[in-house]
Design a protein around this ligand. Structure first.
Ligand SMILES: NC(=O)CC[C@H](N)C(=O)O
Length: 308
């Protein structure tokens, strides 16, 4: 299978559609990004990277960071984290507050904002916010095997100033006793984790351990056990695209996690880690062209967790 040809053909097919969707404008810094960009990087478990389009351009990973913070929290607190956050799809938008009241401040899953904020609160335990951000950045550099990764402070500040809904979610959960730290501290870390800037190539490297039974084949580092990698993939499949998760499973058939920066990380277990990026979002906040690209990739490669 010629993955370079497939990547090139996807870029070519999407060229006329560049600019489709709507850039996330509730975070002012993200509203400034040129929507007419698309990149794809496929890194296989044997260590080869195939890329096309704007695959080396950095973008804000936003909610894709929730996968990596979950990995850190599981390493720190193990299965005890499930006392504070569920593992069920939400069927609601990523920043919804409605279920939280019925479910007494326990978010449905770690990939909606409320759940991710709780996960960040767990990673913060025993640290100052600055230290937790440092731990996250070190972890990401280790995963991607790239010391140049950095957090875009402007994006973090932009969200800090305008993240009213996240403040509402965090305060609500603190009211239910499901947040251990001051809201400003937990959200300070959360906004910084979201503001990490990565290219498709770097993101496909960082996610590769999930495609390779928990070990990054580029470095040989064992990140998590095979069982944990499988479980993180299960959560990505069920919850990684919010209320678009069912549709993503139907169209693409791979575990994936999206972010409002327009990136998507998809995992083809035993085969590859795939990162796509295009800033325009569909109605549920997932990259419009990114989703289309992964659908084409799944069709062309036959990669699907549901059978070829
Ligand atoms: N879906 C997303 O990427 C949301 C992340 C964003 N930082 C927010 O909290 O609103």
């Amino acid at each position: 299978m010629d993955l370079q040809l497939i990547a090139d053909e996807i870029v070519e097919a999407l060229e006329p559609r560049l600019g489709e969707g709507k850039v996330a404008d509730y975070i002012p810094e993200l509203a400034r990004v040129d929507p007419k960009q698309f990149g794809i990087a496929i890194t296989t478990v044997d260590g080869q990277t195939f890329k096309a389009g704007d695959a080396d351009t950095s973008f804000s990973i936003q909610s894709i960071s929730k996968v990596f913070m979950l990995t850190l929290a599981l390493g720190k607190a193990g299965e005890a984290i499930w006392k504070r956050v569920g593992r069920e799809p939400s069927g609601s938008s990523f920043n919804s507050i409605v279920q939280l009241e019925h479910e007494h401040g326990i978010p449905r899953n770690p990939f909606i904002n409320a759940g991710a904020i709780v996960v960040t609160d767990m990673v913060l335990a025993g640290h100052k916010p600055r230290e937790a951000i440092g731990e996250y950045l070190r972890f990401m550099r280790y995963l991607a095997d790239d010391e140049s990764l950095s957090i875009d402070e402007k994006v973090a500040q932009s969200e800090q100033k305008t993240g009213y809904r996240n403040f509402a979610l965090a305060n609500f959960m603190r009211g239910f006793g499901n947040l251990d730290h001051p809201v400003e501290h937990t959200l300070g870390v959360y906004f910084h984790q979201c503001a990490l800037a990565l290219s498709c190539v770097q993101l496909s490297h960082a996610g590769l351990f999930l495609a390779n039974r928990g070990t990054n084949p580029l470095t040989g580092f064992s990140v998590v056990s095979p069982k944990r990698a499988r479980r993180i993939n299960a959560l990505m499949l069920m919850c990684g695209h919010y209320d678009g998760s069912g549709d993503f499973a139907y169209q693409v058939g791979l575990p994936g996690k999206s972010g409002v920066g327009g990136g998507i990380l998809a995992v083809a277990p035993g085969k590859a880690s795939i990162a796509v990026w295009s800033p325009g979002l569909n109605k549920v906040g997932n990259s419009a062209l990114g989703s289309a690209a992964l659908e084409m990739l799944a069709t062309r490669t036959g990669w699907s967790v549901f059978g070829a």
